[in-house]
Design a protein around this ligand. Sequence first.
Ligand SMILES: Nc1ncnc2c1ncn2[C@@H]1O[C@H](COP(=O)(O)OP(=O)(O)O)[C@@H](O)[C@H]1O
Ligand SMILES: [Mg+2]
Length: 264
Amino acid sequence: MEIISIINQKGGVGKTTTVINLAAGLSQQDKKILVIDLDPQGNATTGLGLSNVEESSNTVYGALNGTKEIFEVIKNTKFKNLDIITSNVDLSGLEVETADDANRAFILKAKLTAYLNSSKGFYDYVLIDCPPSLSLLTVMALVASNSLLVPLQTEFFALEGLTQLMKTIERIKISLNPDLGIRGILLTMYDKRNKLSSQVEKEARDYFNKKVYSTVIPRNVRLSEAPSHGMPVLIYDKSCPGSKSYFNFTDEFINQETTMGSAA
Ligand SMILES: Nc1ncnc2c1ncn2[C@@H]1O[C@H](COP(=O)(O)OP(=O)(O)O)[C@@H](O)[C@H]1O
Ligand SMILES: [Mg+2]
């Protein structure tokens, strides 16, 4: 079971869209997926067809505040092989509520480790949808993860934010999670008519080389329509350009797995 955080402290860069559609793509290839919605906005929750106004003890908040175990808060989605731990707005209170707990950065890791060791954990991948900040919730995700996936919107300032993120990741590696790896950077909302998109792509590839996935996610309106129907775009409209790109990305992600495995 590999735990992967989809992270970028900027909002609106395609984290949730990537979580939902990578989860859908992998589940269609018979991988068992658990999505953890770690954003109080609950966009991954509603985007996968569940409610984000649920009793909060049944959400990720219930597990993180100690009242529930992971297996008690997992819910099925209506999609095969795809389960979720939902979130709601109460999650935003966790930072203040745990202020006295010196080990709070490890709460999610401890819960997931207990779940794994209980042999109830049968997922191939756990995908964590991070909030748009470098707050406690994001630190919890970084501590609990084996690797990271960073969506990068191909627009001005995107790379500036990335430098700050990389510094945070380095700090977490040194102090809290030495084994944390970066799976890759995924370029999102690419607009081929806009010169800036190709410029940002070039800069990202020059600087981060092979860490940047060759699949690029185009700007596509179908991707922004799908969440309001509570489903991944891969199911909402499987032949639109957005879907094609996320299918390609899923393949690249799985092949990367094989490459990583054979290199070891
Ligand atoms: N490639 C894309 N093309 C068009 N709209 C997109 C694309 N990716 C995401 N969106 C839309 O942009 C908004 C922000 O995306 P989202 O995935 O929620 O970002 P984040 O989780 O990083 O805040 C959402 O309304 C989403 O539907
Ligand atoms: Mg989001």
